[in-house]
Every structure is written in structure tokens, then in C-alpha cells.
Design a protein around this ligand. Sequence first.
Ligand code: ADP
Ligand code: MG
Length: 326
Amino acid sequence: MPRKKSEEKRGNSETDMLTELSGVGPSIAQKLVEAGYTDYLAIATASPMELAAAADIGEATAARIIQAAREKAEVGSFETGDVIYERRQNVRKLATSSKNLDELLGGGFETQAITEVFGEFGSGKTQIMHQLSVNVTMPEDMGGLDGHAIFIDTENTFRPERIAQMARAQGLDPIEVLKKIHVARAFNSHHQMLLVEKAFEVAKEYPVRLLVVDSLTSHFRAEYVGRGTLADRQQKLNKHMHMLLKFADRFNAVIAVTNQVSARPDVFFGDPTSPIGGHIVAHTSTYRIYLKKHKQGRRIARLIDSPHLPEGETVILVTEDGIRDP
Ligand code: ADP
Ligand code: MG
């Protein structure tokens, strides 16, 4: 049966990835993908017998492939409680330049967490992402994290001029601030995921304390349309978000992502103002802020479903200088 074009493309990138395992050539990779072994984790957790049957290979070869996959897979491992406790001691807050918004979030955007800002077009999501990128470069006593930012831009809305404007308003040298913001355009969802892997490399070289994905969901939403694509989209989004969480933990960084609300009734919710991405995004985001346009540059920010902060809402202002209190 002929495959659809999009499936073919995905199939190829998966087989390419599998051939990186020693002992796996293109034909074995093809058989594995067809049998549903599409990533390292699936292979790492298979038994030699299963894998041998799926790829028409001997069990000894299968065992070697499994071993290779275990080395590459993100299986995770155990940590003792004191190590986690120690890491939690390092949690920091990044100020937003709005006292109201900081208070709503218990002091600002938290490191080692994903904070999702969702709202309709023009509600100020990208403005907040710009403000955070400026603020992260500031010293801690000014509410910053004395670090660099990585900005993954999927909608081509990053504006250095806007960064410069906000930096000047904070009394910072715009060029110095811009030098600490590492920006990449993501051209599709696959590229977006690859850029997060790249971000790990950047963070080895620079003290990255903020990773922005603006927007988290737009490519996924545009690419995975129609019946039969939903499970695939959710699986990819899940993987993407877990990679972000890993980055947050590893580098004690703030992860700030934006998300749209669906104008049409989404498949997940009947509510036309609900965020995209369904349960995966909802459950993986640590904090979710709903942003709503109000009058005269005012925005209502509402904290939704927080694990340990009370639900609440506040009013912020988008001004020429950046995010402020009314
Ligand atoms: P979203 O990302 O949610 O679609 P944006 O963050 O791009 O929305 O917000 C755009 C809005 O921000 C504009 O409609 C305007 O109200 C405000 N804004 C953008 N730039 C400025 C500026 N230089 N001065 C004042 N307000 C601005
Ligand atoms: Mg935007």
C-alpha cells in the first residue's frame, strides 16, 4: 500500500536515526520501524527474542542492538532524595518587571520548571518572552539570573529592536544584552525539537538560565492535521516537553513557552478558548498563565492549575518600556 508523503518523510528520519546504532543497516532499520520500533527507548526495552522476530535477525545480533540502544536511550536513572533536595535548593525566580505578575507566580518564573503562557493572538505572550530574555541577563539582586537566554522562535516574531528598547528602560546596554540572547528560527516541529538538543550544547558554553519556545505548539498544530495524526503529534509533543524539562533540571534554567488558544473547537476540549496540545501540554507545564486582552494595553493574567500556588489573577500592562504594573 502506498504511504502518504508525510508518513514517508517521518519514516525516513526514524530509519536514519536507527542506523546510527551499530549493527543496524538500512534494511534492518526499515523492518524495525515497520514493526513499531521507532525510537531508541522502544528498542532498549525490547527483549532479544521480540526484536529478532521483528527484524528477521539472530538473537545474538538483536541483543547487541538492544545494548547499543540502551546506551543512546533516555532511560533515566534513580537518584537519592538528598540529591533532589539539593537541586531544589537551587531553584531561583526570574522577575518579569511586573510586581503583580511576580506575586502571582510566587516571585517570578521559576527555574527547573516549565511555565506556559497561553492566550489569543496579540495578548502579549511574545512581549513577556522578550522581557524575560532581557531580565535574565540582569544580576540576581535586580531580579535577573545573571545568565544568557536561548530563544527558539517559530513564528518569526523575535525583534532585537524590542529587546534594545526594553534593555534601555532597565538601564542596561542593549548590545550587551543582545549578545547574551541566542536566537534560532525553527522551520518545522522536527527542527524545533532538534534545536532543543542544540541548546544543550550552547548551555555547555554559556550560562544559559532561560530557554524560550515561542510558540511551543504552532508548528505541531499546523503539521499534524486530520485523522490519524493525533497520537503521533501528542507523542512528539510529549518527547519535546520532556527534553525541555531535562534542560531545566540540568542547567537550573527557566523554561518559558507560549501557546495559542484554539479559535475553533479543538478536538480536545469543547471550549473555544482552551489552549492547544491537550493533556500532554497541560500536565507537563508546571505553571500555566492565561493571558487575556483588556483595555488600554492592560492584560489580565490568570494562574491556572498550579501544583502549590493558589489560583488567582492580576492585571499587567504592556508598555513601550516592557511589561509593567498598571
Ligand atoms: P502574542 O505573542 O500574544 O500574539 P504580542 O506579545 O506580540 O502578542 O503582543 C503584541 C501587543 O503588544 C501589541 O498589540 C501591543 O499592544 C503590544 N506592544 C508591542 N510592542 C509594543 C511597544 N513597543 N509599545 C507598547 N506596546 C507594544
Ligand atoms: Mg507571539
